[in-house]
Design a binder for this molecule. Structure first.
Ligand SMILES: NC(=O)c1ccc[n+]([C@@H]2O[C@H](COP(=O)([O-])OP(=O)(O)OC[C@H]3O[C@@H](n4cnc5c(N)ncnc54)[C@H](O)[C@@H]3O)[C@@H](O)[C@H]2O)c1
Length: 324
């Protein structure tokens, strides 16, 4: 395949970042842009090319494409994935892949039946600094870890409504939950506590201001992941890992500090991982090689289950099993 024909469902904020990356690749052609908001679909088509649609089903019926980028807000997942599967169109999907675990499991099963290439937007997995530390996790001497996504509230209107975004754990800190899974092991059970009442000045706001979620992994490692969207000052996004012989501090999409006693090694991430993620998707389609994808839909389903179990523990006040 010389040219990869790409379509989009959802032409909002993150879609624009993917379009910009893809537009710099000489082997990519935009063939279809769809969004329920006509202005956005039209603008994307005028900027990058392709026919614009307000109905993704019409786009999939009329336009032949090699890959579809699904960049929808969490609440808007309906039949988009199934429509791609029925047309045998491989797809890239932004995280969180869904808000309904049962429906996401059905989609995952249908993908397996068709053996389709899929990629979920866990861009942090595509970093050279993460490749560098991944082998350390095979040494079996990690004690515990802490993770954070602590900062201000994202501006998109749907983020502040839990039924629309899933809340901060599911929508945002999911990157940290996914990285913990990617590096450590699979989660077994979680226990969550929450904080509310700090964001009184925001209209229509019903997500938690903060949460702390303790998790126990299959390999015996445990840790706590903090989320907070109430801070107007400096926040913190990343993970600290406490090994027997070193401490690793990972600052999200930026750098690593590895402390061996007094010796400190600092390494910076050279490329924006969103670009690496997009390059991997296009190469996987061109070469029909799933191994280039670091987070398939099937794998992202496990991260969704992890974050939804954390949400459930907030509601029940009890330890919850992570199950699909
Ligand atoms: N991987 C990352 O680092 C990253 C970064 C930002 C956002 N995201 C994720 O990407 C997704 C989209 O976020 P965003 O910031 O681009 O949101 P956004 O609100 O800016 O854009 C969403 C777009 O989808 C459109 N849309 C809504 N319902 C639709 C439907 N049924 N059919 C077609 N289009 C529809 C909206 O009109 C809008 O243009 C979210 O799930 C978010 O979590 C991921």
């Amino acid at each position: 395949m010389e040219t990869v024909n790409v379509g989009f469902i959802g032409c909002g904020g993150i879609a624009g970042a993917h379009m910009n990356n893809l537009s710099k690749m000489s082997d990519v052609k935009f063939v279809g842009m769809s969004d329920v908001d006509e202005v956005r679909a039209k603008k994307a088509s005028e900027t990058y090319g392709g026919t614009y649609f307000t109905d993704y089903k019409k786009m999939l019926n009329e336009i032949e494409m090699d890959v579809c980028y699904i960049c929808l807000p969490p609440f808007a997942h309906q039949d988009q994935e199934i429509s791609c599967i029925e047309k045998e169109v491989p797809f890239f999907i932004e995280k969180p892949i869904h808000l309904d675990l049962k429906k996401a499991k059905e989609i995952s099963d249908r993908i397996k039946e068709k053996n389709l290439i899929t990629s979920a937007g866990y861009q942090d997995r595509y970093q050279t600094i993460i490749d560098y530390i991944k082998p350390f996790f095979n040494e079996n001497n990690l004690g515990f870890f802490e993770g954070w996504w602590v900062g201000g509230m994202p501006g998109v209107y749907w983020w502040r409504r839990k039924e629309m975004s899933g809340g901060q754990i599911v929508e945002q800190t999911t990157h940290i939950y996914d990285m913990a899974r990617y590096l450590i092991s699979e989660p077994v059970e979680v226990f969550s506590v929450k904080r509310t009442g700090l964001m009184k000045d925001i209209e229509k706001y019903n997500v938690e201001d903060a949460s702390a979620v303790s998790v126990y992994f299959q390999n015996g490692v445990f840790g706590t992941i903090f989320s907070g969207c109430f801070i107007n000052a400096t926040g913190k996004v990343g993970l600290d890992f406490y090994f027997k012989d070193k401490k690793i501090s990972y600052e999200e999409r930026s750098n690593l500090e590895i402390h061996y006693g007094k010796k400190i090694e600092k390494i910076y991430q050279p490329e924006d991982p969103l670009i690496t993620e997009d390059k991997a998707m296009i190469e996987a389609i061109k070469t029909n090689n799933k191994n280039l994808i670091r987070s398939s839909y099937e794998d992202a389903l496990k991260t969704l289950a992890f974050t939804l179990a954390a949400n459930k523990s907030i509601e029940t006040g009890r330890i919850e099993k992570v199950e699909i």
